[in-house]
Design a protein around this ligand. Sequence first.
Ligand code: FAD
Ligand code: NAD
Length: 469
Amino acid sequence: MTEHRTDVLVIGGGPAGYTTAIRLGQLDIDVTLVESTAHGGTCLNRGCIPSKAVISAASVVHEARTSEEMGITADIDVDFEQFSRWKDGVVRQMSNAVEKLCKANGVTLIEGRAMFKDDHTAHIVDAEKTEIGRVEFDYAALATGSRPVELPGFEYDHPSVLDAADALSLSSLPNSLVVVGAGYIGMELSMAFAKLGVDVTVVEALDSMLPGFPSELVEPVEARADEFGIDCQYGQLAEGWRETDSGLVVETESTDGQDRFEHEAEAVLVAVGREPVTDTMNLDAIGLETTDDGFVQTDDQCRTEVPHVFAVGDVAGEPMLAHKGSGEGEVTAAVIAGRTASFADRAVPAVAFTTPEIATVGQTATEAADAGYRPTQGEFPLRASGRALTTGHTDGFVRIVASEDGRVLGGQVVGPEASELIAEIALAVEQELSVEALAETIHAHPTMAESVHEAAKNAHDRAIHTLNR
Ligand code: FAD
Ligand code: NAD
């Protein structure tokens, strides 16, 4: 058994934990990172990265199959085994890179699960819960992430009941799939699987997909889902499932309890949200309680109720997004290093990697009005973008929301590369830039980014490539 002393113990090596550790290393603070599964956490191994690999590959297939208008036809064959090797290689490369970066920044890495023994000591246990080490620390940062919510009746122990990680590591594609939940995971993966030829039925309790995003951004995605042949069944709660000769049947009930439905498929993917992981660390030993939702509560310096313990990433609350966790990690490292820092959530972008993509940051006009502003908006339709036309994808728009004195308060984008376009608007919100600052910045032509430029100009009726209101 190893005995080890460190200034800061980071528990969990996902984007929140490894960012905290690397930044502490850069600030010359002795730091030890304990990870029980794989470097990079959910994000690199079971979440963001493999899902985007699947989405990219599916889009290549879809583009090749639907580019007749450009004069391109192709006979496409998907070698799923080779695809899986490529995807796994991408994940391995990222995970190895995180390990190397940690080491290069002086982070001590320990494999195992960290469980608190007392205020300043943690046991390290292996998968069999045998103690393999002990770490004494001055500060701790909890970065244990989240896991998929298990819907009663849909326990993940059956090979045909998949969580996102299972769906991202299939050895072959099912012919048909029922997806329970039309949130981020449900819609990103439904669209990718449908593009790969899987017959997809989505069951969602609410009356539309992608809750939390404004309806005018969601509508173009709903239209494309329809076009891809995805059967979206709204207002239904998944109640249970049973095996059949050809696969399974998912049983649902309308939310008013009046009707029952059945949906057949080879497998079911359950994506009804994620819950924080707090039961792996023995929090009782440091006297730390969780909120009713199971999260660890923190202040704007990411400090918990126990002053020498910090929490970052999914375990510390919504939004459960990788970049929110990384941002909190940077703040935590700075605070521990004695610097002035605090986490502000006014400019955390949210992106759904659907077709088309949706991206938002900051406030909508309604939220800005509710906050006491008299907001103005600038908008640019992608059908007026030369670059969008040259890609064959003109669905969507860029919208910028500004205060009455011209400060950028938020932005909403739906369309190709929305995930990239939102970055400039996020910068403007975070740095409190004016729409004039965006409007007066020369943007390269022809680019999708010109749409942000034009939307900013439209806020003051000076857009060139669309009619001003
Ligand atoms: P995690 O990444 O969950 O890492 C926590 C780590 O802690 C795990 O590796 C776990 O093994 C370890 N751990 C737990 N307990 C202990 C312990 N006691 N001791 C040692 N180690 C422990 N977010 C985005 O921003 N963009 C996306 O495109 C996106 N796509 C996603 C797609 C899918 C399919 C999924 C499932 C999620 C996606 N997310 C995305 C969400 C994103 O993955 C999470 O927000 C992010 O991983 C959270 O980072 P984290 O560091 O807080 O936790
Ligand atoms: P989600 O919260 O995005 O969506 C869950 C959906 O399931 C909701 O629409 C909900 O109404 C529905 N639902 C819940 N119970 C149901 C039932 N019994 N029957 C039918 N529908 C039901 O959750 P998710 O898609 O599992 O994703 C989890 C989290 O992971 C996200 O909230 C996000 O934080 C993160 N994530 C982010 C990205 C990204 O940033 N692009 C991608 C994937 C995941």
